[in-house]
Design a protein around this ligand. Structure first.
Ligand code: FA5
Length: 340
């Protein structure tokens, strides 16, 4: 009997020392496994006198049950402790500030392009997109710039061969529209254009938007009214426009259009080089020759056209000093335009 009590105490002591579920099976086996001490007692039953065998067997089974219970209790304590630890490790601190997913934003050139398109479509313009690779005829000849005309030097052009080139402006869109559409015409032609330019304000690839209106009685006054309205939408309601005489072979008269400086309001600052004005586009009344070449009767119809650089307007609007910033894909720069 002492031996039984001793074994029970020993099992209790050893069970108490166990700190991991991994070894509990081994320790338990030392008592009630195939070669365990209590199992050995059962095996020794044959040596117990027959009259005591039943009582002895009962005592051994009692002991086995008690020792089993000790290890079962220990096992469930360890399991509970392990679960608790797992919960603590995986606990989420709901007081921490949330992490917002990164979302992209439109490129500043697209933001400005969309604003320009919205401003003009609101005035009834339709969109027409022409090809980026075009012929000499559409890029120059049909715009009253014959071969070898000195006005070609105004744009340093990328030629693919004598007759095919990367368009240096969106003005071919005027011709392609007039060839395919009868007046009244009111179109906007946005797209990429290419020139052999490369400095802080000139890029070899940039974006223009061409505007063309052809109808009866269209004049320079309509151009002024249209552009006045447009700059108010793009810059602010107090922005003014100014026309300066210029030259484009495809418009007569031709003008360069300035806006009152959006930084100083016209007083003079570094952005407007102290003039109070910033040039934004070229425009004019469509040259009669261009109308005639495209099959439009210039005695009945007249037109106005303008061509603006999206980069130029974006740089003025956001105070960007180097055009290359717009093409470097620097995420820190682009993030500033995320409207979230
Ligand atoms: C033209 O391209 C004419 N086709 C515009 C026009 C259309 C006049 C219809 C009359 C009637 P210009 O070469 O000035 O004009 O270019 C227009 C605008 O494009 C400029 O005001 C400028 O904002 C922009 N631009 C010109 N070259 C570059 C360049 N390399 N990089 C970025 N922007 C440029």
């Amino acid at each position: 009997m002492d031996k039984f009590e001793e074994l029970k105490l020993k099992a209790k002591e050893e069970a108490e020392k166990i700190t991991s579920l991994k070894i509990i099976g081994d320790v338990k086996a030392k008592f009630i496994g195939k070669n365990g001490e209590i199992t050995a007692l059962l095996r020794g039953m044959k040596d117990v006198p027959a009259e005591m065998r039943a009582a002895f067997g009962k005592q051994v089974n009692d002991l086995k049950e008690k020792v089993s219970a000790i290890f079962e209790k220990k096992e469930s304590e360890l399991k509970a402790a392990e679960t608790e630890m797992k919960f603590q490790k995986e606990a989420v601190d709901i007081t921490l500030p949330g992490k917002l997913p990164e979302i992209g934003s439109l490129h500043p050139l697209n933001i400005v392009k969309n604003k320009i398109i919205d401003a003009f479509t609101g005035m009834g313009f339709e969109i027409f997109e022409g090809p980026e690779i075009d012929t000499d005829y559409y890029c120059f000849q049909a715009l009253n710039i014959p071969k070898d005309h000195p006005a070609r030097d105004m744009q340093d052009t990328f030629y693919i061969n004598d007759n095919v080139l990367l368009r240096p402006h969106t003005s071919p869109g005027q011709v392609r529209t007039m060839e395919n559409k009868k007046p009244p015409i009111k179109i906007l032609s946005p797209g990429r254009v290419y020139r052999a330019d490369d400095d802080a304000s000139h890029s070899p690839m940039f974006h223009q938007i061409e505007g063309l209106v052809v109808d009866k009685g269209v004049s320079l006054c309509d151009l002024k009214g249209l552009l006045d309205e447009f700059v108010k939408v793009i810059f602010d309601k107090d922005t003014k426009t100014r026309f300066r005489p210029s030259y484009f072979p495809f418009t007569e008269p031709s003008v360069e259009v300035d806006v009152s400086c959006c930084k100083c309001g016209g007083k003079g600052c570094s952005l407007c080089k102290n003039t109070g004005w910033i040039e934004i586009l070229g425009a004019g009344v469509v040259n009669k020759k261009v109308l005639e070449m495209s099959g439009i009767d210039s005695d009945v119809y007249s037109g106005l056209a303008f061509g603006l650089g999206i980069e130029r307007i974006t740089m003025i609007k956001y105070g960007i000093s180097d055009i290359r910033t717009l093409f470097e894909n620097n995420v820190s720069f682009l993030k500033q335009f995320n409207r979230r």
